[in-house]
Design a protein around this ligand. Structure first.
Ligand SMILES: [Zn+2]
Length: 260
């Protein structure tokens, strides 16, 4: 058997083995696995597993990812799809490689894209917790619908199907119930974008609290201070750090006074 023929046979074998392990061959350098596991390696289980780990492409074009983008002075988590890979000096690679330096990401919500080193790119799924337990998803569900929440993707018109999962954006705690069909990267990204949208709507309040964090601890009967505290209760993750610390203190003191 010639080297080429045996490599072709090995590649077919590797593809079968990846499928049997429920791994997607498209995400692997199959030739690399064949070489590392069976040509230079001894074909043992350990060698195979090491070869599979080593030959995984970290991202493929079309993957949905999150990057950090500065918008109006705020560092926002924005989602988009990987378009291509670049070297450190922003050239395209001539072939697919396992360790590209950077990726160019086309953002869903802006007309621009973002070029980022791979170390500053996060797979979108890492940003979300997906709760699948039925009783958890439908806890305190609406009586008028047999206790079942419906899908809130907005993609179903007036009669959405029941929700199957509860998606939680880890960084903010924002939640959305979705059906299985809507539990997709683009729709989860839309939930992740809420942080940026809410921050845009609240940017005047946020800037005031950055300039003067004490405002959040204003008098009990002060209309504006109360407004800020109500806002901080709804969007705790948007409150600037110093104001958040002052508000935590304020709540403790307030409770002490109430309990006294
Ligand atoms: Zn749905």
């Amino acid at each position: 058997m010639s080297t080429n023929a045996s490599m072709a046979t090995l590649r077919r074998q590797v593809i079968e083995e990846l499928k049997n392990a429920r791994l997607d061959p498209a995400r692997y350098n199959v030739t690399g696995i064949a070489r590392d596991a069976y040509v230079t390696g001894n074909g043992s289980m350990e060698t195979w597993q090491a070869a599979v780990e080593k030959n995984l492409y970290p991202y493929l074009p079309g993957d949905v990812v999150r990057v950090v983008v500065e918008i109006n002075g705020f560092q926002e988590h924005m989602y988009g799809t990987v378009r291509d890979f670049r070297t450190a000096d922003n050239r395209m690679y001539r072939r697919r490689i396992l360790t590209p330096h950077s990726a160019y990401v086309e953002l869903f919500e802006r007309f621009s894209g973002a070029l980022r080193p791979l170390t500053e790119i996060t797979p979108e799924i890492h940003d979300f917790e997906i709760v699948t337990d039925h009783s958890e998803v439908h806890r305190d569900g609406p009586q008028h619908n047999y206790g079942l929440f419906t899908c809130r993707s907005g993609n179903h018109g007036p009669y959405p199907p029941p929700a199957h999962v509860l998606v939680i954006h880890k960084a903010s705690g924002e939640k959305r119930r979705l059906c299985d069909g809507c539990n997709a990267p683009e729709i989860r990204a839309n939930l992740g974008h809420e942080v940026w949208r809410y921050r845009q709507h609240s940017k005047d309040t946020i800037r005031r609290l950055i300039d003067n964090p004490q405002e959040i601890a204003g008098p009990i009967d002060d209309h504006e201070a109360r407004g800020m505290r109500d806002w901080a209760d709804v969007f705790p993750y948007l409150v600037p750090a110093e104001a958040a610390a002052i508000y935590t203190q304020w709540k403790e003191q307030h409770n002490v006074r109430v309990n006294a």
